[in-house]
Design a protein around this ligand. Structure first.
Ligand SMILES: Cc1cc2nc3c(=O)[nH]c(=O)nc-3n(C[C@H](O)[C@H](O)[C@H](O)COP(=O)(O)OP(=O)(O)OC[C@H]3O[C@@H](n4cnc5c(N)ncnc54)[C@H](O)[C@@H]3O)c2cc1C
Length: 402
């Protein structure tokens, strides 16, 4: 049975103190999009030595790969230590986790899984240590859930180079990213449905690459989201992940992009847990203190039902997170269907809990000052990004019926 160890609890308390001292005082600016989250995230990294640990782990892995050992690295240490900052930051500002996760999780994972050693050294190390910010760009104005089928962005071969064109939207960190993994189809004159899906790494400021300002949105304001426009961006093979088109034969390109989906989906469960925990933490004292009809509202069974359901959600999501940690410790990977089931459930209950928290607070719940309003807006996107609820359902059902 998995439980948070004493060491986990100590780290958790320390991260919580950091969030209260360093992040919460900036909540207003973060939540109005006035303050990008990156300097605070870097401070988190340096305070807890996450930057030096990431660098050391990267260097060990590269040394092994240079020695010809391409096997898995025997586990990435204690995954609980990775989950705790996610949970704790989500109790205050879930958008910061989105910004961090897309950079150090998705973008670096794409480079580490498909890149050559030279490419990993060139781009992934700095992202993993938070020196640079990464973005991972697959979604386009006309292709979201059907990411590959409707994809219009292209790479065309021109001698020793590729010419990239297209636009991407809803890209987390898009406005500020230093390094961008750009996913598109290789146009070899064949019909779009038959084109290979390829991945390139771009740097901020390259000729023909435009990064939009942050888009206005419903929540997750501490995570800047933007558009990317590529107009005849010229790149060499050194920017094609894997540095050879052989790495993209058959369905390899699509499979490489899909492998990031599992990482995203398990991360969402940890985010949901942070949101649910914070809702409970705010709702329980409020239910005891707020008096209506001569008694605390917590005496009413309708309010008790809300609290009880929040606690059930907390226990269930925590157990899902623990299961991931146990599997990771055993060196086992979660399958896509299971990760989808976990994401679907966690995102739905986090949204339900946060909306019920608004209801429990009554008019105060609708006011920004009481925090649950922000948590409800932030929670909603868990049901949309990293694959919508409906898409998770199709993945779960497909596995069941296969
Ligand atoms: C805040 C935020 C951050 C994001 N960050 C990134 C990022 O960093 N990088 C990136 O590439 N993308 C990112 N996205 C994009 C996100 O992954 C997409 O929005 C998501 O996959 C849904 O695509 P869509 O918006 O085009 O909706 P659509 O695919 O148009 O879906 C519209 C509706 O139709 C439903 N639907 C679609 N297909 C089916 C089907 N087969 N069966 C049943 N229902 C269906 C959907 O579930 C949804 O309800 C982000 C989005 C948001 C909101």
């Amino acid at each position: 049975m998995f439980e948070w160890s004493e060491e986990h609890q100590m780290i958790r308390t320390a991260v919580r103190d950091f969030v209260e001292k360093e992040v919460r005082p900036h909540r207003e600016e973060l939540e109005h999009g006035d303050l990008p989250p990156y300097d605070l995230l870097r401070k988190l990294y340096t305070t807890f030595g996450m930057d030096s640990m990431a660098a050391a782990s990267f260097d060990r892995r590269i040394a092994r790969e240079e020695a010809g050992d391409t096997g898995r690295d025997g586990g990435s240490g204690d995954s609980g230590m990775t989950m705790l900052p996610i949970i704790e930051l989500c109790r205050c500002s879930p958008g910061m986790v989105t910004a961090m996760g897309v950079s150090v999780g998705l973008t670096s994972a794409a480079i580490m899984s498909k890149g050559t050693i030279a490419q990993k050294k060139r781009w992934a190390r700095d992202i993993l240590t938070m020196e640079k910010i990464g973005a991972w760009a697959i979604t386009e104005p006309a292709s979201g859930s059907d990411a590959f089928g409707s994809m219009q962005s292209t790479a065309r071969i021109d001698g020793d180079e590729f010419i990239l064109n297209g636009s991407k939207t809803f890209i987390t960190n898009g406005p500020f990213a230093d390094t961008i993994v750009f996913i598109c189809k290789l146009d070899e004159g064949n019909p779009p449905a038959e084109r290979r899906v390829v991945q390139f790494v771009l740097d901020r400021g390259m000729p023909g690459l435009e990064q939009s300002k942050p888009l206005r949105k419903m929540g997750m304001h501490s995570s800047p989201t933007g558009m990317l426009f590529l107009d005849d961006v010229r790149v060499g093979y050194d920017r094609l992940l894997g540095e050879s088109l052989d790495a993209y034969s058959g369905k390899q390109g699509r499979e490489a992009s899909k492998s990031t989906f599992t990482i995203e989906r398990t991360g969402v469960a940890a985010m949901a847990l942070g949101i649910i925990e914070r809702c409970l933490e705010l709702c329980v004292p409020y239910a005891k203190e707020r008096v209506q009809f001569g008694q605390p509202i917590g005496n009413y069974q309708l309010i008790q039902l809300k609290l009880a359901k929040m606690e059930v959600a907390r226990l269930n999501v925590e157990n899902l997170v623990f299961r991931t940690l146990e599997m990771s410790a055993a060196g086992k990977a979660l399958g896509l269907a299971e990760a989808s089931a976990m994401k679907l459930y966690s995102a739905q209950v986090a949204t339900e809990v946060a909306l019920e928290a608004v209801q429990l607070f009554g008019g105060n719940g609708y006011m920004a000052e009481y925090e649950v309003e922000q948590l409800a807006r932030d929670a909603k996107v868990l049901q949309i990004y990293a694959g919508t609820d409906e898409i998770q359902i199709t993945h779960i059902a497909r596995a069941l019926l296969a």
